[in-house]
Design a protein around this ligand. Structure first.
Ligand code: DQQ
Length: 538
């Protein structure tokens, strides 16, 4: 049923429900990926830790379930947690258990056999829970421990998300053994009005080069990122700033972009994300859960729900200094097959230009757009400089200098299509502002799916062309604008633009400017994602 919606190179279980990424880690030459999983249904519930391993984060082997709710302290679910590799190479896992009375507590688990590269068996510490909600914290508002980082005193420090009234907070604990913890005074950060902070992530990024940093890196040339998943609006927000290790507190560089009120990893569908440091390639990798935008009833019909985004490298943008750069891991390029190239293609105002590619359901697209210089100079300032994707009317609303971009997962008659577009607007002072949007309003003739226009402003420097990378995989479209400064993930459910009927177009709906596009399109192979067979897979 609805088999054309199934993705081909994104990680998802063979059936049923999946949500948050848990404890991603590189261990004995394997990438381990754990995830919130319901083994019994295609909706949330009965949560266990699913487990898969990979050599390259693209091809996966499903392993047996790693942890199930078999103790009073996780009877209502083995919820989200994180891995920490200790200085001697030992691996520890902290996770939230929802107890038999639905109290949120933190538990310790570790590999039953640390010499097993596949980490097939897990032992839960016999004195769990190691942490219960402290005074003043509601018993259902205490979850999702972070990967630990070392303090200058040689202790391990973790953060746990919570809230007090409507103020989102990140509690801080220090520990020497992951069994006994000391609650620090104050919070890593607290922001009024942001509600419950789920899945806090806290990590360093280099301000001197593009190399990823170990989670404990601190000092000169290091900035810090705090990410929270806001339960109230189900989006992932981050802030870049400074971390005072002695005070155990984080200060954003720009309070307007404080934690939970400013920047988002992704302006589409992306939640409960988590990063980890990959020592094999000196990079920080970001995993994010992509939910469904259809109904539970349909999910049950197709017998699966949700997938993980393509893992992304994440680093500081050392051109803007104000945002992160996210980019699909380089390993995804190994799926590229045949390519088609379209150079200096002119799209006149009001035009739609078909691109001759084979099937257009599994693609990696790299595109550059240049707006006619004369139009940029002569266009009169507009009043709508604060173009907002959500309220813009999408790709059919016309301005002098936009929208223009691609139509993906489109059928020949354009009864279904998903525009990914830039919109350039000129302010009264002559300055240009660029927005990137993904318009789901006409992705499907089905009525019971999300039809929002998603996106946000994207920083563009003088001399830069507008650039876009898009991964299309049947029912997911991941867009990385301007090298990964602004990212938007859409779930779309075409009913006609499927299999061989799916096409790709360039469009320009600006009224005053011709756009020149150069585009390279690769057909993408499917990833191997299958169960592990001990006899043949060792
Ligand atoms: N999902 C987990 C929680 C977490 C939430 C439960 C975020 O630990 O807060 O499945 O999606």
């Amino acid at each position: 049923m609805l088999s054309w919606q199934r993705t081909a190179f994104h990680f998802q279980p063979d059936k049923n429900w999946m949500n948050d990424p848990n404890g991603p880690v590189y261990y004995k030459e394997w990438y381990h990926f754990f995830y919130q999983y319901n083994p019994n249904d295609a909706v949330w519930g009965d949560i266990v830790w699913g487990h898969a391993v990979s050599r390259d984060m693209i091809h996966w082997l499903y392993l047996p379930i790693a942890m199930v709710p078999d103790q009073w302290y996780d009877a209502n679910g083995v919820w989200t947690g994180s891995a920490t590799i200790l200085s001697d190479g030992q691996l520890v896992m902290l996770y939230t258990g929802s107890t038999n009375e639905s109290v949120q507590v933190q538990n310790l688990a570790y590999p039953a056999d640390p010499s097993d590269p596949l980490l097939l068996n897990w032992t839960k510490y016999d004195k769990n829970p190691v942490l219960s909600p402290p005074p003043g914290i509601h018993y259902r508002d205490f979850r999702d421990p972070t990967t630990a980082m070392l303090t200058s005193e040689g202790k391990w420090r973790i953060s746990i998300g919570s809230k007090i009234n409507k103020t989102g907070i990140a509690l801080i604990y220090d520990t020497e053994d992951f069994k006994n913890f000391e609650l620090k005074n104050g919070w890593l950060r607290a922001v009024q009005g942001t509600g419950m902070w789920e899945c806090v992530d806290f990590y360093p990024v280099s301000s001197i080069n593009d190399v990823g940093l170990d989670t404990s890196a601190y000092g000169d040339g290091v900035k810090h990122v705090v990410k929270v998943s806001l339960d109230d609006d189900r989006n992932d927000y981050y802030a870049i700033g400074s971390y005072d290790e002695k005070l155990a507190s984080f200060l954003p560089d720009d309070v307007k972009n404080d934690v939970g009120i400013g920047l988002r990893y992704d302006y589409g569908n992306f939640y409960a994300s988590k990063t980890f440091f990959d020592p094999s390639k000196q990079r920080r990798i970001l995993w994010g859960w992509i939910t469904e935008y259809d109904s539970e009833c349909v999910d049950r019909t197709k017998s699966w729900a949700s997938l993980q985004g393509i893992p992304r490298t994440v680093r500081l943008d050392r051109k803007t200094w104000s945002n992160l750069i996210q980019w699909p891991v380089e390993e995804v390029n190994s799926l590229r097959l045949r390519s088609s190239e379209f150079k200096d293609l002119k799209a006149k105002p009001g035009s739609v230009v078909p691109l001759q590619v084979e099937t257009a359901t599994q693609l990696d697209i790299v595109a550059e757009f240049e707006v006619d210089k004369e139009a940029l100079e002569t266009t009169l300032p507009e009043s709508d400089t604060d173009y907002i994707c959500e309220s813009s009317g999408g790709a059919s609303g016309r301005g002098a200098l936009g929208p223009f971009g691609l139509l993906v997962l489109a059928d020949a008659g354009l009864s279904e299509f998903t525009p990914l577009y830039f919109y350039v607007s000129k302010g009264l002072n002559g300055s240009l502002r660029t927005t990137f949007c993904s318009d789901q309003s006409r992705s499907s003739v089905a009525t019971n799916v999300n039809k929002k226009v998603l996106g946000s402003v994207v920083p563009v420097f003088g001399g830069e062309k507008l650039s876009l990378r898009v991964l299309v995989d049947h029912s997911i479209v991941e867009s990385f604008a301007q090298g990964g400064r602004t990212c938007v993930t859409s779930r779309v459910y075409p009913t006609r633009a499927i299999y061989g009927a799916a096409k790709l177009f360039v469009f320009n709906n600006a009224t005053d400017a011709t756009v020149t596009a150069s585009i390279k399109v690769w057909q993408m192979n499917s990833a191997f994602i299958r169960p592990y067979h001990p006899e043949t897979d060792t």
